[in-house]
Design a binder for this molecule. Structure first.
Ligand code: GDP
Length: 436
């Protein structure tokens, strides 16, 4: 996501680097380039105008002319203004004082509502809540079953109308679900409502009826980031028809442009609470405007990376590995353990995308192939514990045997062992330099 925009902005801003003073012409040219980059990313025009207006005004002011490093100051301004249009502070979920907290999801069909319901429920459960999902989309024949499948995967119960009772009334289902939540002590209720392919009055009316019946603490407008400019019209229609307190952006993984994400906050006046970036339940996170801005500017999203690492790594194991790196005792076994821990954090491409400068490493990332990692894993697993501890002992015949066992060629095994020795040496030298 945001790849093209990120590349463009990074290159525009790096053109300023090395310039001592910035003339008005420099700033005008930079703003012109940023404007084009934003428009190409499909950001709504009024949002682009106000963004550029702000950046220009600040860049021509004292904070830049008196700065020690004017170019860096401009980057700082662009970053701050980006955070601003993305919503400023991270907006947390409003929880009810008297549970259950009711969260209603609204959006077009196909926007990713049902998937998001499951992701949100799973996330809430991870935060110590006891959520319940509610199937109030009785329009689409498969919607109830789909939510039940998602609920099962998320390990969260689903409240749905009893089969055989006809189509059922979504307003009634929603209302009864609140009683059920109270009875069964679910502290959060997530209601999935019906969507249509296009905005239509009946859908809006139904959503508004459900809203009136359950008085949600949060109504989240679920919007597919890939629909670009249409996101803005749809958001306006939902704002006027149902009203919402926050936005959940989906399919951020699929959109290289990301204009919807940058426009929706300013256009609707409501904050983005969650972002969804994949089909799997764990591809979901709280939306942090500041982290997203630094990601767009190629400054990386180290905080998210660190949080994910904390979840995936065993601190003691990591410390032991670090000590072994320093002493040059790292084995292939350690290497395998660390690799498995990294892979628990998600697809490698997603992880690397969060690192500073990753935008420019895109080509390399595109070649980074999960299948290659699978093969490396298979090779190491094909070795005996002694061989993993001391790969030097792996002679020709064993290499051929390992290759056969793990379904790769001998040269791949040779390559892995050679590169392991090289990497170990390099890491030891680096560790020495950093005093590890
Ligand atoms: P609903 O009609 O609004 O309930 O939408 P669904 O939850 O059924 O999602 C529609 C399609 O989008 C499904 O194929 C989902 O797997 C897919 N989808 C949902 N969220 C994401 C996402 O964040 N990324 C990607 N790539 N696909 C998604």
């Amino acid at each position: 996501m945001f790849d093209t925009l990120s590349d463009r902005l990074t290159s525009v801003l790096s053109n300023l680097r090395g310039k001592g003073r910035l003339s008005e012409a420099d700033i005008d040219a930079t703003c012109r380039e940023i404007r084009i980059a934003l428009l190409e990313a499909d950001v709504a025009l009024p949002v682009v105008r106000s963004f550029i207006g702000q950046v220009k005004q600040r860049a021509k002011g004292a904070e830049v002319s008196q700065a020690l490093n004017p170019a860096q100051q401009v980057v700082k301004i662009v970053n701050e203004e980006l955070i601003g249009i993305l919503g400023g502070e991270t907006r947390r979920l409003n929880l009810a004082k008297n549970p259950p907290t009711v969260i209603m999801l609204a959006g077009l069909q196909g926007s990713g509502k049902t998937t998001l319901a499951g992701k949100l429920a799973r996330w809430l459960a991870g935060q110590g809540h006891t959520p319940m999902l509610v199937a109030a989309d009785l329009q689409r024949p498969n919607a109830v079953t789909q939510l039940q499948v998602v609920g099962e995967r998320a390990g969260v119960p689903v409240f749905a109308p009893e089969p055989g009772n006809g189509v059922g009334d979504p307003v009634d289902v929603a209302r009864r679900s609140i009683d059920e939540a109270r009875r069964a002590q679910h502290d959060v209720v997530v209601i999935d409502t019906a969507g249509r392919l296009g905005i239509d009055e009946e859908m809006m009316r139904q959503a508004a009826d459900i809203r009136d019946a359950v008085q949600p603490n949060e109504t989240l407008f679920v919007v597919d980031a890939m629909i670009g400019q249409d996101a803005v019209t749809t958001a306006e229609a939902f704002r006027d028809g149902v009203g919402f307190t926050g936005v959940a952006l989906t399919k951020l993984d699929g959109d290289a442009r990301g204009g919807a994400a940058l426009s929706v906050r300013q256009v609707t006046g409501q904050p983005i609470l969650f972002a969804s970036n994949g089909e799997k339940l764990e591809d979901f996170d709280v939306f942090h405007p500041d982290r997203m801005a630094s990601r767009i500017l190629g400054m990386g999203d180290l905080l998210t990376l660190i949080e994910q690492a904390e979840q995936a790594f065993d601190a003691k194991q990591a410390e032991e590995a670090a000590a072994k790196i320093g002493s040059g005792e790292l084995t292939l076994e350690d290497f395998l353990e660390q690799m498995l821990a990294v892979r628990r954090m998600g697809p490698i491409g997603n992880l690397l995308g969060m690192l500073p400068g990753a935008g420019q490493m895109k080509d390399a990332l595109a070649q980074l192939d999960e299948k290659h990692l699978d093969r490396v894993q298979a090779i190491i697993r094909g070795m005996t514990p002694q061989e993993r501890a001391d790969p030097k002992i792996i002679k020709g015949s064993r290499r051929a045997r390992i290759a056969r066992g793990s379904g790769v060629s001998v040269s791949e095994v040779n390559d892995l062992v050679d590169r392991f020795f090289e990497a170990r040496k390099m890491m030891q030298q680096m560790a020495g330099r950093f005093g590890m």
